[in-house]
Design a protein around this ligand. Structure first.
Ligand SMILES: [Zn+2]
Length: 170
């Protein structure tokens, strides 16, 4: 009987160990979950600090921060371009007032009532007409007074334009 008592005691101890180990593992999983939550909170706080700093120090950023600010601007511009493409493909436009997706032909936003930008009359050569709106080097100069040497794209509807608007160059 002594042998069986000892055996029984050993099995009980072992199963207690297994139960304890299982409990420990569950506790570790729980703690890792808490760590992940707190790390998220830290990341979010850093993000908010960065946003606040960028907005309150715009124009006076040290160059280390300026390059990150530029990266953000570039990414945001890309996002906007992609969204514009998605809207175009869907036949929609973004309301400048509330960013709602609005029918491309709508005159006013049905959600906030903002007057939507009027679309220019479509040109038979839409692409070159669009390029004519600004200087091809990407600056703010109007096409009538290009600051770069690039050749001005010519529109086939040019005859309908006012002769005064023609740039004086050879
Ligand atoms: Zn709106």
């Amino acid at each position: 009987m002594d042998f069986f008592d000892k055996l029984g005691a050993t099995i009980t101890t072992k199963s207690k160990d297994v139960v304890q180990k299982t409990k420990d593992i569950a506790e570790i999983v729980k703690l890792n979950g808490q760590i992940a939550n707190e790390e998220d909170a830290v990341r979010n706080a850093y993000l908010q600090i960065g946003k606040w700093y960028l907005l309150s120090h715009e124009g006076e950023l040290p160059c280390e921060a300026a390059q990150w600010a530029q990266a953000i601007r570039q990414a945001q511009e890309k996002i906007e371009r992609c969204q514009e493409q998605i809207f175009k493909l869907k036949g929609l436009q973004a309301c400048p007032g509330c960013c709602a997706q609005v029918d491309a032909d709508a005159l006013y936003c049905p959600r906030c009532g903002t007057k939507l930008p009027e679309k220019p009359e479509p040109c038979c050569c839409e692409e070159s007409a669009a390029q004519e709106e600004s200087c091809s080097c990407g600056c703010e100069q109007p096409a009538e007074d290009p600051c770069c040497e690039a050749e001005e794209p010519r529109c086939c509807c040019e005859d309908s334009r006012q002769p005064d608007a023609e740039p004086e160059k050879e």
